[in-house]
Design a binder for this molecule. Structure first.
Ligand SMILES: NC(=O)c1ccc[n+]([C@@H]2O[C@H](COP(=O)([O-])OP(=O)(O)OC[C@H]3O[C@@H](n4cnc5c(N)ncnc54)[C@H](O)[C@@H]3O)[C@@H](O)[C@H]2O)c1
Ligand SMILES: [Mg+2]
Length: 343
């Protein structure tokens, strides 16, 4: 028997030595998603991020907004205050773990009195549209994915085939309808976002719902069955009537507004012969070309300082948390690093 344990110990030690922290974390998380009893046990030593009707809990410390993590013991104390049982913990969803493999969960306490929790924990549940932009950048993506997962569970409580209740696994990585045997997995909608350039200018647009003065790159949901390249070409054609000549991928981002999108960001070059924009006014309010100087000015401008004395607005662009910002910054870099053309 001892020999079996020694062999297992040696295997575990070898595993630990031969894998990076990242690999060990990912393997651990994947195990928690598959093994309900392991995950239930992890809930007793994990930390919890709180939400209330999908608004994350924030604490303001000086000028900074922090997202506190509650220990399992603190969670227990809060729930006891409401005379709620620890069964509540089972409603939580796994959202990651630390390098030391302390698991992190998110839990929505929407059914409990908001003001009581806020007073008890000295903070406030803040709409994600504000929270996302005031917390540290690494925390904003954590909040976005936690909210997306909680939102998905909230809206998938019944099987769309049988109408019967679905049950979540402990980690919250899926829901099952036991009547039909169907397993549902959390979903994101793929969206292409394209920064169109003619080589020396780039094209930005406004939708009527945007804050005044804000322009961003073109975007659109992928149709079913469409490749990213096809979706990008179609959206540019639909929204501004231009044909994409070449397209290259930049990066991607999970975007929580209005609900879980996977933003796939690309740069596109359009044919120099046909630069006349024919805007689709059902979707856009304005679409126009911007030169390098105007883009550089706009990147420096704060939304608050965009309003002019005559009531009009100078252009400003999405903040760095949005992948549109990255596309625009990359375009500037590309323009400024190009060697000057010999006349
Ligand atoms: N992070 C960023 O930098 C950034 C920048 C621009 C847009 N976005 C996001 O991209 C998304 C799509 O942009 P858009 O408005 O230009 O899309 P769009 O041009 O496809 O137009 C939206 C319309 O598409 C239809 N639609 C088709 N599939 C849909 C689906 N799965 N979900 C919702 N509507 C669907 C609806 O009729 C909707 O009104 C928005 O959620 C927006 O917040 C993010
Ligand atoms: Mg669009």
């Amino acid at each position: 028997m001892a020999a079996i344990y020694q062999a297992a110990y040696r295997r575990a030690a070898l595993f630990c030595r031969s894998h990076s922290t990242y690999v060990r974390k990912m393997r651990y998380l994947s195990k928690l998603k598959e093994d309900d009893s392991l995950c239930r046990q992890a809930q007793t030593s994990g930390t919890f991020y709180l939400f209330h009707n999908l608004s994350p809990f924030l604490q303001k410390v000086g000028k900074k907004y922090l997202i506190p993590q509650l220990s399992a013991a603190e969670m227990k104390r809060i729930l006891e205050k409401f005379k709620e049982t620890e069964q509540w913990i089972e409603k939580s969803v796994l959202i990651g773990c630390s390098d030391e493999r302390v698991p992190h969960f998110a839990l929505d306490l929407g059914a409990l009195e908001r003001s009581v929790i806020e007073a008890e924990l000295k903070g406030s549940f803040t709409d994600l549209r504000k929270a996302f932009f005031v917390v540290d950048e690494k925390d904003s993506s954590l909040l976005a994915s936690a909210q997306a997962l909680l939102r998905w569970h909230d809206s998938h409580q019944y099987c769309s085939k049988t109408g019967q209740p679905t049950q979540k696994n402990v980690a919250g990585s899926k829901r099952v309808c036991h009547a039909s045997g169907i397993t549902y997995y959390p979903q994101m909608s793929p969206v292409v976002i394209i920064l169109v350039s003619d080589g020396s200018r780039c094209l930005l647009a406004r939708q009527p719902s945007f804050p005044q003065g804000m322009y961003t790159a073109l975007s659109g949901f992928c149709d079913v069955g469409e490749a990213v390249e096809e979706a990008a070409r179609r959206e540019v054609a639909e929204e501004v009537g231009l044909e994409v000549e070449s397209l290259w991928y930049s990066a991607s981002q999970h975007w929580p507004f209005p609900s879980s999108c996977l933003m796939i960001a690309c740069h596109a070059l359009v044919r120099a012969q046909q630069l006349k924009i024919s805007m689709n006014s059902l979707e856009l309010e304005e679409a126009r070309w911007f030169g390098l100087e105007e883009i550089m000015e706009g990147l420096k401008r704060e939304p608050k300082s965009a309003k002019q004395n005559n009531g009009s607005f100078l252009p400003w662009f999405p903040p760095k948390q949005a992948i549109a910002h990255q596309l625009i910054s990359e375009w500037v870099k590309q323009q400024t690093s190009q060697p000057a053309q010999v006349q």
